[in-house]
Design a protein around this ligand. Structure first.
Ligand code: UD1
Ligand code: UDP
Length: 351
């Protein structure tokens, strides 16, 4: 079997790492990097740390508007897909790289396999929601992390080719957790259990001054250090809106996956608008406060481990206080056993 895998953004490198390893045991993978993320600390570090083979092709699309990114990716992907004639185009998640790959596969009659299918925020203002809905409707194989995702697809009439396989981010986490260390905590000057970990990168929080200022006002009111590995989008927004940095906020460059796992597992609470980090917080048993108005990972909220608070200063403070006050007794295993990748390869080969 020959598979073209398309990745482009940080979370996709992490998701692809266990699947690529499983795939290459018996099959041929042509790895295409769209170049959506390109800084070394947003891209190369993951290939190095996770031993992902170098991409066969990098499309180099870089920083453009959503539509321009998708258009450039489509034009660059078409000749590669025509030349390689793969059995599948394998895509991950909900970024512009995901949708571009799905559209090319569909147009050329190459079956599209979508990993992390069926996720929904039901917020169509998010570019990711459009990307994932459109992608799911033109995919041939849809790999859902959970039963909730499968039910979301069924409500949209998508039942063929759907498999619940578990979550590949759990595969990555379990394969790498033993490699973590406290080095990044020492370098950052924080003590396990006595700091918050935060990430902010969603357009809703970074494209205007008001939500960003409101989030940083909430950070300022916390009584422990807040370690904040800054996505380039946040770094640019902080400069653009001249947000004053509170004394307890420690901004560091984006970190590699292993350092991120180290920082995540030792944090008292994680504050984020990331999708993947909400899930990792849950898997690591760390309470999460989500600075968005909704989440795709609804089971973490239902189980009491995640609170949806938006960008309001007061709501964030209340959420953190509640997260610190008590941890739920139950921690159901929502995201599988760490063997989603093998199930995906078995499904692709028709086993
Ligand atoms: C993208 C995804 C989002 C995902 C996130 C993961 C879309 C629509 N969005 O958002 O779903 O959660 O990746 O991190 O696909 N930049 C750099 N260096 C880089 C990468 C980005 O400076 O290596 C800056 C550029 O100014 C760029 C901006 O960040 O314009 C945003 O990057 P982009 O990939 O368009 O969107 P993300 O916010 O990263
Ligand atoms: N991550 C990382 N370094 C960082 C921030 C995040 O390795 O500085 C990891 C994080 O642990 C998770 C993934 O990147 O595995 C999430 O990516 P991101 O938040 O960029 O995207 P999203 O999941 O929101 O699409």
């Amino acid at each position: 079997m020959r598979v073209i895998t398309i990745v482009g953004a940080r979370p996709q490198f992490i998701k692809a790492s266990p699947v690529s390893r499983a795939l290459r045991q018996q099959h041929t993978e042509i790895l295409v990097h769209t170049g959506q993320h390109y800084d070394p600390d947003m891209s190369d570090v993951f290939f190095d740390e996770l031993a992902i083979p170098r991409p066969d092709v990098n499309l180099g699309v870089g920083a453009l508007s959503n539509l321009e990114q998708i258009a450039h990716m489509i034009l660059a992907l078409q000749p590669i897909a025509l030349q390689e004639k793969p059995d599948y185009l394998l895509i991950y998640g909900d970024t512009n790289s995901t949708l571009a790959g799905a559209l090319v596969g569909r147009a050329l009659g190459i079956p599209v396999a979508h990993v992390e299918a069926g996720l929904r925020s039901y917020n169509r203002a998010m570019p990711e929601e459009n990307n994932r809905v459109l992608t799911d409707h033109i995919s041939s194989l849809l790999f859902c992390p959970t039963d909730v995702a499968q039910a979301n697809l069924a409500r949209e009439g998508i039942t063929e080719g759907v498999r619940v396989v578990g979550d590949v981010m759990i595969d990555a986490l379990l394969q790498n957790r033993a490699r973590t260390s406290d080095r990044v905590l020492r370098e950052t000057g924080v003590t396990a259990g006595e700091y918050f970990l935060a990430t902010v990168h969603r357009p809703a929080n970074t494209d205007a001054a008001e939500p960003l200022a409101s989030i940083f006002a909430a950070f300022a009111a916390l009584d422990c250090p807040v370690v904040l590995p800054a996505h380039p989008r946040l770094r640019k927004a902080l400069e653009r809106f001249a947000i004053a940095l509170p004394a307890n906020v420690i901004i560091i460059p984006p970190v590699g996956y292993l350092d991120m796992l180290s920082l995540s597992q030792a944090a008292c609470v994680i504050l984020t608008d990331s999708g993947g980090l909400q899930k990792e917080a849950y898997a690591l048993g760390v309470p999460c406060v989500t600075m968005r108005t909704e989440t795709e990972w609804v089971e973490t909220v239902d189980a009491g481990w995640n609170r949806i608070v938006g960008a309001d200063t007061g709501a964030i403070s209340v959420g953190v206080a509640a997260a610190l006050a008590a941890r739920p007794a139950a921690h159901p295993d929502f995201y599988g056993d760490g063997h989603a990748s093998e199930r995906i390869i078995a499904a692709l080969t028709g086993a």
